[in-house]
Design a protein around this ligand. Structure first.
Ligand code: G3P
Length: 219
C-alpha cells in the first residue's frame, strides 16, 4: 500500500520524505489556505516546491467548476511537473474533464467521493485515483471503511486499474483497516502516520536491551 501525506506543509512533507516511506502528497484548497498560500503565483510556486521535495505523485486541486475552467486549470497544473496529479471534484463537469485528461495521459485524482457509485463513474471516465473520504463519512455516523470495501470489490470484479486512495484519514487504525481491505493508497496527516511507529513494548524492550548491555559494558 502506498503512503501519501495529506498536507501542504513543507516541513511535514520533508519529515515524512526523510523516513524513506513516502510515496506522494495530496493537497486541497483548505490545506493550502491553512499554510496561508494565496494568489495564483504563490500557489504555483508552492506546488513546485512540494514537487522538489517529494519522490512521487503530488495532487493539486482545481478551483474551477465549469468544464473549460477545469480543463485549462488542470492542463496548466499538469505542466508544472511530471509528478502533478490534477485533483478534480466529483461533479458532472469534473467527470467530463477527467475523461479529457485521461485521453491526454494527464493523471487525475477524483476527490470528494462518498459512494461506490461515484467511484465507479470516476473510474469509467479514466481517473488515475479515486479519493473516498472515510473520516467525513464516519463523522455522519456512516461507516467510511465500508465504501473502501465496496469499491475494492467492484474494481476487482472488472479489473479496473483506477487506484483507491483512502482520504480523510483520522487515526492509525484507519490506516491499518485500509491496508487490510486492500486500499491501494492512503493519504494521511503526519500525526497518524507517526503513531504507526509507536508501541510501549518497543520502548520497554529497547530500554532493557540497553540497560543489560551497559550493566556489563562501560558507557
Ligand atoms: O485531502 C482530502 C481529505 O483527506 C480531507 O480530509 O480531514 O479534511 O476530512 P479531512
Amino acid at each position: 500500500m502506498k503512503f501519501f501525506i495529506d498536507t501542504a506543509n513543507i516541513y511535514e512533507i520533508k519529515e515524512a520524505q526523510n523516513f524513506g516511506i513516502l510515496d506522494g502528497v495530496t493537497t486541497n484548497p483548505s490545506l493550502m489556505a491553512k499554510e496561508k498560500i494565496k494568489g495564483e503565483k504563490n500557489i504555483i510556486e508552492h506546488y513546485k516546491k512540494i514537487c522538489s521535495v517529494v519522490d512521487g505523485d503530488v495532487s493539486a486541486e482545481v478551483i474551477s467548476t465549469d468544464l473549460d475552467g477545469i480543463i485549462s486549470e488542470g492542463e496548466k497544473l499538469s505542466q508544472l511537473d511530471q509528478k502533478i496529479v490534477v485533483k478534480v471534484p466529483m461533479i458532472k463537469n469534473g467527470i467530463k474533464a477527467i475523461k479529457h485528461f485521461s485521453s491526454k495521459n494527464i493523471k487525475t485524482n477524483c476527490t470528494l467521493i462518498f459512494s461506490a457509485g461515484q467511484a465507479l463513474i470516476a473510474a469509467k471516465a479514466g481517473a488515475t485515483y479515486v479519493s473516498p473520504f472515510i473520516g467525513r463519512l464516519d463523522d455522519i455516523s456512516t461507516d467510511g471503511l465500508n465504501i473502501i470495501s465496496d469499491i475494492r470489490k467492484i474494481f476487482d470484479n472488472y479489473n479496473i486499474n483506477t487506484q483507491i486512495l483512502a482520504a480523510s484519514i483520522r487515526s492509525p487504525l484507519h490506516i491499518i483497516s485500509c491496508a487490510k481491505i486492500g486500499s491501494d493508497v492512503i493519504t494521511s496527516p503526519l500525526n497518524s502516520i507517526l503513531k504507526l511507529f509507536e508501541h510501549p513494548l518497543t520502548d520497554i524492550g529497547l530500554k532493557k536491551f540497553l540497560d543489560d548491555h551497559y550493566s556489563v559494558n562501560k558507557k
